[in-house]
Design a binder for this molecule. Structure first.
Ligand code: GLY
Ligand code: MN
Ligand code: MN
Length: 447
């Protein structure tokens, strides 16, 4: 579990913004729960990770917590959390408890979690709209239904329960798309640690090592710099394993002449990073490896050029695709014309994923990839990029053996991935603490 944030101001500001939105829409009450703890086996638990939306509005990282926001004549932010408990705290560590949580995080009120059923129905009265994650998990759905029914019971004497329900997640997703200064600062830290870990992997790799040994080097570097977790399961794929897109680090030996694809990013203070580099186990790219590698770098350059405020989300993908498809033609992986293979989608045999995704509290972060609010039925235009958005740029090429494919390229899988912050004029790749050019990687590996 991560430490409470030093600065709670950004969290309070986000609650304020959400409540302003709710008030502008006639007022309402928002109710969100954090994530539950999960059993791994018998009484051993998975490492706990709070819910990202809940964290975004609170900064609070303990399990068993709910947030209630009331936007009416006056605003109120109310936390429900685990009460202090001497014995539990002896085993599991310190809890804030409602009183200290309210004081530290700046809630108007806080109560023990057991008081939810008693207090929430009354809080619901006289607010026209209930904002919650609708049709989310069964537990939350069930409790919301019961609280609404209880509020209905209480509604004598001229008080009315909410008559409308609105999913709060799209509102939060819209907010989370644009990172504030504190988020950008945290993501730069995550990016720097992850870049350092990739550089370490490049320095230590030798033919004969196993994938899990490289994974261990990455995890060591993440953790020793304070990262609380990986942002997603680490991929270390030797040779042909790299053609499996989400291959988990396994036991395969890195052979002399193999490439190794490493897709790894840490999470620090709840924010993700996501980097992929593909480098030769023996420190030198072969000719065919280098040809494909340089192609992914050129595609990434083209995509980065197309990542700027006002550009559509898909522009980067289209730019990368043109470069990759032309390269596939030049290297005789494909036959035909550029327009022809782009039109037919033949390139998807070797490049079958998209070029990027939003990045933030979640590695595949929330946020619509299309412009919101366009009439139903019509295909909505791609979202326009704005300053402060964070996304990955990750073109790749994956060549499986086939009779019609030059044998020199068989079983090569390469992805080149960096994290891009949209700036006022273009984008900044915040993960370039690890080199990307083949010559620079080879130089680093010689150190
Ligand atoms: N590491 C998962 C991804 O690149 O999307
Ligand atoms: Mn990614
Ligand atoms: Mn990745």
């Amino acid at each position: 579990m991560s430490l409470p944030p030093d600065d709670i101001a950004p969290f309070a500001a986000r609650r304020q913004r959400l409540m302003e939105r709710m008030r502008a829409d006639g007022g309402g009450i928002a109710i969100l729960a954090t994530a539950q703890e999960a059993i791994r086996n018998r009484d051993a638990e998975y490492p706990y990770r709070h819910d990202s939306d809940f964290f975004y509005l609170t900064g609070f990282t303990e399990p068993d917590a709910w947030l209630v926001l009331v936007a009416g004549a006056t605003d109120r932010a109310v936390l429900f959390c685990r009460p202090r408990h001497v014995e539990h705290e002896l085993w599991e560590g310190k809890r804030f408890g409602p009183e200290a949580a309210a004081a530290y995080f700046g809630f108007d009120d806080a109560h023990p979690i057991d008081a939810l059923d008693e207090l929430v129905p009354a809080l619901m009265l006289d607010h026209p709209t209930l904002y919650a994650p609708l049709a989310g998990d069964k537990r939350t759905d069930g409790r919301l239904r019961r609280w609404l029914a209880a509020a209905q019971e209480k509604s004598r004497g001229g008080h009315t329960p909410p008559t409308r329900q609105q999913d709060v997640r799209p509102l939060l997703a819209g907010m989370r798309l644009i990172k504030d200064a504190s988020e950008i600062a945290t993501m730069r830290r995550a990016a720097k640690i992850s870049a350092g870990a990739h550089a370490r992997a490049m320095r230590v790799v030798r033919p004969g090592m196993r994938e899990y040994e490289i994974e261990a080097e990455l995890l060591y570097e993440f953790r020793r710099h304070g990262a609380q977790s990986v942002a997603y399961n680490t991929i270390v794929a030797a040779g042909a394993n790299a053609c499996v897109l989400h291959y988990p680090a396994g036991e395969a030996v890195l052979r002399d002449g193999d490439l190794v694809l490493v897709d790894a990013g840490c999470e620090i203070d709840s924010y993700a990073s996501d980097i992929t580099r593909t480098f030769p186990a023996n420190g030198r790219y072969s000719g065919p490896q280098r040809a494909l590698y340089d192609l992914t770098v050129a595609a990434q350059d083209a995509a980065a050029q197309a990542t700027a405020p006002g550009r559509g989300f898909n522009d980067a993908h289209e730019a990368a695709l043109r470069v990759l498809a032309q390269g596939m033609l030049d290297l005789k992986l494909l036959k035909g014309s550029l327009d022809g293979v782009l039109e037919s989608g033949d390139y998807s045999r070797f490049y079958m994923h998209r070029t990027g995704h939003w990045l933030g509290l979640d590695v595949h972060d929330v946020g619509d990839y299309r412009e919101p609010g366009t009439a139903a039925g019509a295909e909505r235009p791609w979202r326009k990029l704005e300053t402060g958005m964070m996304l990955t740029i990750e073109p790749g090429i994956y060549v499986r053996p086939a009779d019609d494919v030059p044998e020199a390229y068989w079983n090569i899988g390469i992805r080149t991935e960096d994290d891009a912050l949209v700036t006022d004029v273009g984008c900044e790749l915040i993960t370039r603490g690890v080199p990307v050019q083949a010559t620079e990687i080879e130089a680093l590996m010689r150190e």
